[in-house]
Design a protein around this ligand. Structure first.
Ligand code: AMP
Ligand code: MN
Ligand code: MN
Ligand code: MN
Length: 291
């Protein structure tokens, strides 16, 4: 797979037709606020033409809507898989895979177990920090969804341990804190393989969000490329032009395609709304052209 769009990043121009795509969204099957069907309907109303529901380590949301999709929107299979690369927690999005592929299902099952185990370890850490009952509280917040740190954060706010979810991450759950447990995740390599085995496209999610130096970021993208990765997510949430150009070059240098998504979880003042306009992206570069 290669990208033939030259060395210069895309520049905004004038265009009549607006093509909105969103290949990174969350439903209530993981840590999003909207039920999967409500997410699809919202995307349709916002003019999104192609959508992937990319819940953390679960496809339950996608499976629940795939046979009941409205006209006017193309919903492809999607997932955001947790993995580990050199002691860094990395997210790889899978797009357009066969959701029935046995190897892929086994990978998801392994992640269910890892998340459950991680949750138990977070529970122990929080208990030691004077917050007993975190597991039960987080499971109640999750209400059957794939359990994650946001459910712990919400419980901590409700129980009065912290003032906001932001504070919960800053003090207890975020990168480098007690609740940031990486050792249980599959490797980057295994994760890319699991997506490829199911005939899907592996996309490196939000590469600028891992706190890596430029050298380490290049090493990550090289590892992702040699594992068989297909694309780099150059827009995650609100477009940040400098970041987008930097990632576009990193992708282009390795003949990787590019992907875009809102990373929508809920309506918020910081987050982006659904849909990314790809009208001005040069043809031959977007993962949306091949998935
Ligand atoms: P997990 O999937 O359990 O590893 O939790 C990671 C998720 O927590 C991310 O996908 C975000 O939705 C959310 N998150 C990460 N950092 C923060 C933060 N500082 N404040 C609120 N939510 C966050
Ligand atoms: Mn999330
Ligand atoms: Mn992510
Ligand atoms: Mn996400």
């Amino acid at each position: 797979m290669s990208c033939h769009c030259g060395g210069e990043p895309p520049r905004p121009g004038r265009s009549v037709e607006i093509a909105l795509i969103d290949f990174h969204t969350h439903s209530a099957a993981s840590d999003g606020a909207l039920a999967p069907a409500a997410l699809v309907n919202r995307a349709l109303r916002e003019g999104v033409k192609r959508l992937a529901i990319t819940d953390h380590d679960t496809i339950a949301g996608y499976l629940s809507v795939r046979n009941y999709l409205p006209e006017g929107i193309d919903v492809i299979s999607g997932v955001e898989l947790s993995c580990e690369w050199g002691r860094v927690g990395v997210h790889v999005i899978g797009l357009g895979f066969d959701p029935e592929a046995p190897g892929f299902r086994a990978h998801l099952k392994r992640l269910d177990g890892a998340r459950r185990e991680r949750a138990e370890r977070i529970d122990q850490k929080l208990e030691r920090a004077g917050m007993p009952g975190a597991m039960a509280g987080a499971l109640e917040e999750a209400a059957g969804a794939q359990i994650g740190r946001p459910h712990f954060a919400r419980w901590m706010v409700g129980a009065g341990h912290v003032a906001s979810e932001e504070e919960a991450f800053k003090r207890f759950l975020g990168r480098g804190k007690a609740g940031d447990i990486l050792v249980l995740w599959p490797s980057l390599h295994e994760t890319v393989e699991a997506i490829l085995d199911a005939q899907g496209m592996p996309v490196l999610a939000h590469p600028a969000h891992y706190g890596l130096t430029a050298t380490r970021l290049r090493a990550l993208i090289d590892a992702f490329t040699s594992a068989g990765g297909a694309a780099v997510e150059i827009i995650n949430g609100r477009p940040k032009p400098g970041e987008q150009d930097m990632l576009w070059r990193l992708a282009n240098d390795r003949s990787l395609r590019v992907s875009v998504g809102s990373d929508f979880h809920r309506d918020s003042t910081y987050g982006a709304g659904l849909g990314v306009d790809v009208t001005n992206m040069p043809s031959g570069c977007g993962i949306w052209e091949v998935v």
